[in-house]
Write a protein that binds this ligand. Sequence first.
Ligand code: HXC
Length: 258
Amino acid sequence: ETYENILVETKGKVGIIRLNRPKALNALSDGLVTDLEKALNAFEDDAAIHVIVVTGSERAFAAGADIKEMAKFTYQDTYLNDFITKKWGRLATCRKPTIAAVAGYALGGGCELAMMADFIIAADNAKFGQPEITIGTIPGAGGTQRLTRAVGKAKAMELCLTGRMMDAEEAERSGLVARVVPAADLMDEALKTAEKIAGFSRPVTMMAKESVNRALETGLNDGLLFERRVFHATFALDDQKEGMDAFVNKRPPNFTDR
Ligand code: HXC
């Protein structure tokens, strides 16, 4: 499959999607999010892919929904098409681990897309924000919800009400991003991290992801019970036997995803 608005490649067990509308700072047009959804579906269906990395350019991860496209929409258009997460919400429903490698602007829908990934690795030039308020609307793909869970009410409220941008250092300090790296090293670091995860048992990485995500959906005791059930289930896997046997016998494990 070839795409107009993204570049797709694989490196070993890692699938890489690069948003690629440089003239519009990767604004999330309908064409782009259609491509993104298709590429995510393809990587999810490909058993050889263990981890998915989504990235943009050095200048912009994505500067938001495409304002030129969106400007003319009526309420009926947005409601009937479930604008805007019907397609790109796919990133949030991936069962395989996902990483957003963010350089430059991650604004509005760009910040929201990055937050749909399991975690964000940011270049030191990254800038995050929810500037929707400045164009007469509010975040519509998780900006008021995922950002609040990530950084807490005070900072989320300030960012959504003022539209100000937060730099990479502040984003790391406040818990929005997992790690900040020099801009020149962003893809190397993101791929190293992805390859590390991809080297583990695929079902176990998926179970770990599912369990962490549960923490955001439930109370502590239900979450602990969910975790324990999944933990118990890992003992049904060959890969648990392999991992522990390898440790005991001081050899590297050879996971088979069984
Ligand atoms: C469409 C965009 C765009 C966007 C940038 N461009 N952002 N086009 N939609 N979101 C286009 C510009 O129009 C311009 O095209 C080109 O990209 C380069 O942008 P400049 O503004 O010239 O660059 P610069 O001066 O460096 O400023 C960068 C910037 C600024 C600070 C990121 O572009 C900006 O403020 N963009 C909008 C950010 C924003 O408000 N995002 C939230 C959108 S609302 P031309 O053709 O003029 O050269 C949103 C809602 C989501 O995301 C809610 C539901 C998910």
